[in-house]
Design a protein around this ligand. Structure first.
Ligand SMILES: NC(=O)c1ccc[n+]([C@@H]2O[C@H](COP(=O)([O-])OP(=O)(O)OC[C@H]3O[C@@H](n4cnc5c(N)ncnc54)[C@H](O)[C@@H]3O)[C@@H](O)[C@H]2O)c1
Length: 350
């Protein structure tokens, strides 16, 4: 039985807590949030009585074997390192942290501790990703040489810490780009990134004036501060000659929201989002393939259950994580490289 603590009890924490509660091999025993009333409410809902307003107190709890870190991005590295040093396994929400230097320190702490460090790249654990990966691993699409991903929100700056660069590390690139870059890079076979050319734009602000359209908000929503970009684009080149183009926005004058993940190989191509689709060539004819499965699109709750189940199994020594710390570090290099390129106005080598 794995005894688990959850640090940070905001919006995403439910997608950790419920899957732990569903997992027969895990037991939720401790919660931490610096917001006292949120802490007490969540404790009541899930019948957890070891409640802490400061994470070092939770980490000092000898009964806790593993923690989920669901706090602001800029706190991830500090809490992850402290947890590993306290002998806990760690599932840290994406992004791993906010700088490459921090990522290297988390990697060092993970190696030293011998504990599991899983990065919350939840899309890797989705059923459709696993299905597509089995096709890719069998060579059905040949060599992937180009990928393209978009996560465009017309109106969706979550406000609060998300829009405060000091606490988030950045805007849509850090928040949404991390998922898009990671899932493409993972499916491409994790080629070594060699350079990135990025652009960021802060043209529209957070558009707090807009009415009649609702959007995702941080638990402590506050539109008064906005120091992050509203659009970011990046072109990443890999050592094997492949390339990846990504564009992500918190707001943009687009006619609709869009999530798209597309990969192209020399034997076929695929779309993972908005819904699974594949194409190839047979007997001089182009054919599209539609897998006959329950859901062609990304299933948020199911993917979180799968991610948490995999983490629990890894901590119990039954499997190894699909999203290890070294992958978190490589993704941080691409994200930070894109910001550096945008500020320098030229391509940067990684
Ligand atoms: N995997 C996904 O698809 C996904 C989706 C949303 C958010 N996230 C990630 O989850 C994390 C949290 O996001 P959220 O939307 O839940 O934010 P949120 O603002 O709703 O919740 C964050 C919580 O952390 C608490 N907190 C912050 N610093 C703390 C500290 N040092 N000690 C104790 N508590 C602290 C806050 O009080 C708050 O309750 C972020 O890293 C975000 O990127 C991931």
């Amino acid at each position: 039985m794995l005894k688990v603590g959850v640090i940070g009890l905001g919006s995403i924490s439910d997608f950790h807590i419920k899957p732990y509660a569903n997992n027969q091999e895990a037991k939720l025993i401790a919660f931490c949030d610096m917001n006292q009333s949120r802490l007490e409410n969540t404790g009541k809902v899930y019948n957890v009585s070891n409640l802490y307003t400061s994470y070092p107190e939770l980490l000092a709890d000898k009964d806790v074997d593993a923690v989920s870190i669901c706090t602001w991005n800029a706190t991830h590295a500090e809490i992850a390192i402290a947890a590993l040093e306290a002998g806990k396994h760690v599932l840290v929400e994406k992004p791993l942290c906010t700088t490459v230097d921090e990522a290297k320190r988390v990697e060092e702490a993970a190696k030293k501790s011998g504990k599991v460090l899983q990065v919350g790249f939840v899309r890797r654990y989705a059923k459709n990703t696993k299905l597509v990966k089995s096709f890719l691993d069998n060579g059905d699409f040949g060599e992937l040489y180009y990928a393209k991903a978009s996560c465009i929100r017309r109106l969706g700056n979550p406000g609060g810490w998300f829009s405060d660069k000091d606490r988030s590390g950045g805007g849509p690139l850090m928040d949404l780009g991390v998922h898009m870059i990671d899932i493409c890079w993972y499916l491409m076979g994790r080629p070594k990134p060699v350079s990135v050319s990025g652009h960021t734009y802060s043209k529209l602000g957070n558009r707090a004036n807009i009415q009649n359209l609702s959007f995702y908000k941080a638990s402590d929503f506050d539109a008064s501060l906005n120091s992050v970009e509203d659009l970011a684009t990046a072109l990443i080149r890999f050592e094997n000659g492949a390339s990846l183009y990504v564009d992500v926005s918190f707001t943009l004058h687009a006619v609709k929201d869009e999530v798209a993940v597309r990969l192209y190989g020399d034997k076929g191509g695929l779309e993972l989002e908005p819904q699974l689709a594949m194409t190839t060539e047979k007997h001089d004819t182009i054919i599209n393939i539609t897998p006959q499965i329950d859901h062609l699109n990304f299933q948020f709750e199911e993917a979180f259950q799968s991610e948490i189940d995999h983490f629990v199994s890894s901590c119990l020594g039954k499997t190894t994580t699909l999203s290890p710390v070294e992958d978190g570090l490589e993704v941080m290099k691409m994200l930070c490289g894109a910001y550096e390129s945008a500020s320098l106005g030229k391509e940067v080598l990684l």
